[in-house]
Design a protein around this ligand. Structure first.
Ligand code: AMP
Ligand code: TRP
Length: 334
């Protein structure tokens, strides 16, 4: 039996990923690629919805791809590619925009948040149609499942609605995908503000652990992470968000259960616990960082790997797009 198809992607929105991306997305992608026919994209077209310096966008795109590979996404096993290198994404997005209701798109909460923050004059139309481009990403590959964070669930639901609508109007064309929502235990919070998700766009750098940072710097940030005055290493998300977050990171990176870590540090202070975690983080990220930097040292080779995978992706995507054009009545050249 052939493997089920999986699709996911991440924006090239920073020079380095943060460990929330690593624990919440990359570690899972790495495991999932064994049992699924997986497609992972660096969604650079989506990144254009934010202001970007062209040279920086190019650099961030390579850096993001290098970190996928360094974290264990194997370009010979999974189709890891750059979204804009497969023109079918933008083409299908146009098609899908013609079957999306204006009100339907207006209800997307991520757009509502951003447009209320920046006002309609500070918001581009691309941000409004962003979820439609995301639907195109997924539907082009006939994906069965889409692993994403909670905040993207509504976009995957829109994707399902659009697939069902198209299928009922024009005949069965798209597979209707299922979201695979990240578990709570994979959610990482800011070290200085442990009730806010760790994010590439955090206001202060002190609470964010970057994958490509010097490991000594990350160790220092862990030693300074916010805790509480109880002095006991135990998990309690409400009363002890700081310590609980450190426990989640510890458990995720070692594959251990939280109670076993609590036992290990019973009767010892936060200093010891943080030192232990810093060691875990340095051991895990040191080699990932080295691999990513080595890949970035040879951009021509990295570009070749990405181009090969874009060809593989395009051969799947073009098949879907061709069927879509044909079913909708666009005249095909003979
Ligand atoms: P973003 O950097 O926000 O575009 O996130 C890309 C992916 O990384 C999302 O789909 C999430 O699954 C994951 N992610 C981002 N931040 C975190 C976090 N703080 N904790 C867990 N997962 C995260
Ligand atoms: N919008 C997603 C995010 O910000 C990124 C994304 C774009 C994506 N296209 C996708 C995720 C397709 C999964 C599938 O995280």
């Amino acid at each position: 039996m052939s493997k089920a198809r999986l699709y996911s992607g991440m924006q090239p929105s920073a020079d380095s990923l943060q460990i929330g991306n690593y624990i919440g997305a990359l570690m899972q992608w790495r495991d999932l690629q064994e049992s699924y026919d997986a497609f992972f994209s660096v969604v650079d077209l989506h990144a254009l919805t934010q202001p970007n310096d062209p040279a920086e966008l190019r650099a961030k795109t390579r850096r993001t791809a290098a970190q996928y590979i360094a974290a264990g996404i194997e370009p010979a096993k999974s189709t890891l590619y750059v979204q804009s290198q497969v023109p079918a994404h933008a083409e299908l997005a146009w098609i899908l925009s013609t079957i999306t209701g204006f009100g339907e798109a207006s209800r997307m909460t991520q757009f509502k948040d951003k447009s209320s923050r920046y006002g309609t004059d500070g918001t581009n139309v691309g941000l409004f149609t962003y979820p439609i481009l995301m639907a195109a990403d997924i539907l082009l590959y006939q994906a069965d499942i889409v692993p994403v964070g909670d905040d993207q669930k509504q976009h995957v639901e829109l994707t399902r609605d659009l697939a069902e609508r198209f299928n009922s109007r024009y005949g069965d064309t798209f597979r209707v995908p299922m979201p695979m929502i990240q578990q709570d235990t994979a959610r990482i919070y800011d070290l200085q503000n442990p009730t806010a998700k760790m994010s590439k766009s955090a206001e202060s750098d002190a609470g964010v652990l970057w994958l490509l940072d010097d490991p000594a710097k990350s160790a220092k940030k862990i030693m300074r992470a916010v805790t509480d005055s109880e002095g006991v290493v135990r998990y309690d998300r409400d009363a002890k968000p700081g310590v609980s977050n450190l426990l989640v990171i510890y458990a995720a990176l070692t594959g251990r259960q939280i109670p076993s870590i609590e036992d290990e540090y019973a009767g010892r202070g936060y200093g010891d616990f943080k030192k232990g975690l810093a060691e875990v983080v340095v051991n895990e990220f040191g080699p990932v960082r080295e691999r990513a930097l080595a890949l970035l040292d040879d951009p021509a080779e990295l570009d070749r790997v990405l181009a090969r995978n874009a060809d593989k992706a395009a051969s799947v995507a073009n098949g879907t797009l061709d069927a879509v054009y044909d079913r909708m009545g666009l005249l095909r050249r003979s």
